[in-house]
Write a protein that binds this ligand. Structure first.
Ligand code: ADP
Ligand code: MG
Length: 329
């Protein structure tokens, strides 16, 4: 089994644009269970560092709201009250659930935050495992259906049927990246920046080069070798991969992404990279294309304006959407 992986590497600028002095601050920090790298490019060193800290603070705040692992979060309360009563939540969480439902519609249910009823069934711990019993999988799958998430706009409450769960594993990092960018880019003196959540990346504004931030897509077998690169100004580049969380059964690799229609983890696709102005949508679509597979996934992406993708399959074959302008080595 080939082990393919995409690493998104971005090169940071240091200083001097058009004779003006600029400074870049960059910090690596563990948030939302993964490594974030946050960078700001600003008029002064102090402004750049303040921006980085503001970005981190924002991500910490979002994690508290959406985490299904933190028993004090509003998300956990929704799950605890499934089958009992609706839970009134912050408008922000309500809106995230609303948008998640819209993406479910767009992807014909490939993306579904109620996939989380399957959480206890699989262990994606990179080991050889037996596929759980069909009956067990079928029973948990019955609880997946985004149409059964009841949203009440009057009191911003959410109700789940008994046994349903929700989880933002496929959209939360993108949302957090968007929000950190929003806060940082509004700060006086901040010229540009990057929020990179372990390969879910959004970049905006100025960088050292008038051509924009350079992003490399590296070959996992040799991290020093990029398979492709491009320049971006205001864009999110988000990768979903099967290499961090998976298990192997009878020689086949199963990723941590669940096909809501079958309840089984997906196999066949190794990584999906989405290019899109919006990090949240990019994050959710990367997961969706995994579920849809190469043909349906490319069909969907080719229909959407300003959204492109690269799919790498298990066999190493690379597919890309119609209008992707990318430089291969
Ligand atoms: P990565 O963690 O590689 O960036 P994703 O953004 O695709 O990958 O997120 C994968 C996570 O999304 C899973 O670990 C799980 O929490 C959640 N998930 C799995 N299947 C689905 C699905 N069909 N729809 C929505 N979320 C999913
Ligand atoms: Mg995702």
């Amino acid at each position: 089994m080939r082990h393919l992986m995409l690493f998104i590497i971005f090169l940071l600028p240091f200083l001097a644009v058009n004779g003006q002095s600029r400074a870049t601050a960059k910090k690596a920090v563990k948030l939302m269970g993964c490594g974030f790298e946050i960078a700001a490019y600003a008029e002064t060193d102090t402004i750049a560092w303040n921006a980085v800290e503001a970005g981190i603070k924002e991500i910490v705040r979002i994690e508290k709201l959406i985490s299904e692992w933190d028993s004090f979060s509003q998300t956990s309360e929704i799950i605890r009250m499934a089958g009992i009563r609706p839970v009134k939540v912050d408008k922000e969480l309500y809106d995230l659930i609303y948008r998640s439902g819209k993406i479910s519609q767009l992807t014909d249910g490939a993306f579904d935050i109620s996939f989380a009823s399957m959480n206890k069934i699989y262990q994606f711990d990179k080991t050889e495992r037996q596929m759980p019993d069909d009956v067990v999988i079928a029973a948990a799958r019955m609880k997946i259906d985004y149409r059964k998430i009841i949203l009440n706009p009057l009191d911003t409450s959410i109700y789940l049927e008994k046994g349903m769960r929700i989880g933002f594993g496929a959209i939360g990092k993108g949302y957090a990246a968007n929000k950190a960018k929003e806060i940082m880019s509004k700060m006086d003196g901040v010229k540009g920046g990057v929020v990179n959540a372990s390969g879910d990346l959004v970049a905006w504004g100025e960088s050292e080069s008038p051509e924009g931030w350079r992003v490399n897509i590296a070959n996992p077998k040799n991290k020093n070798q990029a398979i492709a690169w491009f320049r971006i100004h205001d864009l999110a580049v988000v990768t979903s991969g099967d290499y961090e969380k998976y298990f192997i059964s009878e020689g086949k690799r199963y990723s941590h992404i669940i096909d809501p229609k079958t309840g089984y983890p997906t196999s066949g696709v190794s990584s999906v990279t989405i290019f899109c102005p919006d990090a949240e949508l990019a994050d959710a679509l990367a997961t969706s294309v995994f579920v849809l597979g190469t043909t349906k996934g490319l069909d969907l992406i080719n229909k959407l304006n300003n959204i492109e993708c690269i799919i790498i399959n298990d066999d190493g074959i690379i597919h890309q959407s119609k209008n992707l302008q990318i430089n291969y080595y």
